[in-house]
Design a protein around this ligand. Structure first.
Ligand SMILES: NCc1[nH]cc(CCC(=O)O)c1CC(=O)O
Length: 306
């Protein structure tokens, strides 16, 4: 049986490699190809290299994508896989999001304690996510937070070693790495997740119709629709994955419900909202963004350009 020879670019972290394997398996199954139709090509990104400073400090976007974009555009790879949470909202016009895998558990998990309430006064939480910092401090102003980077195993080891009282990680990453029992899921009413959390996206060159058609066969439409709405909200706020923004879109019947919350960095102020839109309505995320900004306390609004 003949099959194409395709190169799939990915970051080299354990989670990224698991996700790349999921994409390879899905695509080979959908098209009846043998596994060797797809070669997985790990590529180091700036975000992988810089482990010791706050990502927001080195500024710039495309921390997790630039090197993969370059490989895709040069033809060194045919397609690329990303955690959609880490993909900036403005993409090169020659690159298209061709498919998304079914979304995993969207929640965050607390590692190191049975609940947020159970943590001692003044507990130290390791996280590098401005959203998680703001949400945790809103719930528990007594918490201290410290910058926490590195891959999932590194972070779990730091909690186990007592370097911090607790940490928070996306359930999706823990589950995909084969650690479904680690940590306690925090319900979305308590901590709304990051936009696109739990979604894996696959990109191809915009003009590569053959690749895009192949990828279309494994696209999970509900995930794709919801994640595009969440990314639309981020874009309207001119925010990115370093902004204290939480958002989740869900399909309900033939409409989409988008919930979102914006925070001051220290959690001392916030604004939340919800809007329902028709599938295919490209503007309701913009309307929710405008509504949130109009109602936001100054300490929140000043973080968002508009
Ligand atoms: N920013 C890092 C990142 N990007 C995607 C995931 C987890 C998987 C996902 O949310 O899809 C993580 C780690 C985490 O937040 O715990």
């Amino acid at each position: 049986m003949t099959h194409p020879q395709l190169k799939l670019g990915t970051r080299g972290s354990p989670l990224a490699l698991v996700q790349a394997n999921m994409v390879r398996d899905a695509l080979c199954t959908a098209h009846g190809w043998q596994i060797d139709a797809i070669e997985i090509v790990p590529i180091k990104t700036t975000g992988d290299r810089v482990q010791d400073v706050a990502l927001a400090e080195i500024g710039g976007k495309a921390l997790w994508t630039k090197e993969l974009d370059r490989a895709l555009l040069s033809g060194a790879i045919d397609f690329a896989v990303h955690s959609m949470k880490d993909v900036e909202t403005v993409r090169p016009s020659a690159i298209a999001i061709a498919a998304m895998l079914p979304r995993a558990d969207v929640r965050d998990r607390l590692i190191g304690a049975p609940s947020i309430e159970a943590l001692r006064p003044g507990a130290v939480i390791g996280t590098s996510s401005p959203r998680r910092v703001a949400q945790l401090k809103r719930l528990r102003p007594d918490f201290e937070t410290v910058l926490f980077r590195g891959n999932v195993d590194t972070r779990l080891a730091k909690v186990a070693a007592g370097e911090v009282d607790a940490s928070m990680l996306a359930a999706a990453g823990l589950d995909r790495l084969g650690r479904p029992g680690v940590g306690v899921g925090i319900e979305i009413d308590v901590m709304l997740p990051a936009p696109a959390q739990g979604a894996v996206g696959i990109e191809a060159r915009a003009d590569d119709t053959r690749m895009r058609d192949w990828l279309g066969a494994i696209d999970h439409a509900a995930t794709h629709l919801c994640v595009l709405v969440e990314r639309g909200l981020l874009a309207a706020l001119q925010a990115d994955c370093h902004s204290p923004v939480a958002a989740l879109a869900t399909l309900e019947g033939d409409s989409i419900v988008l919930r979102a919350e914006l925070f001051a960095e220290d959690g001392s102020a916030h604004v939340s909202g919800e809007m329902r839109g028709a599938i295919g309505d490209g503007t309701f995320a913009d309307r929710l963004a405008a509504d949130l900004l109009a109602r936001a306390p100054e300490a929140v609004r000043r973080l968002f350009a508009a």
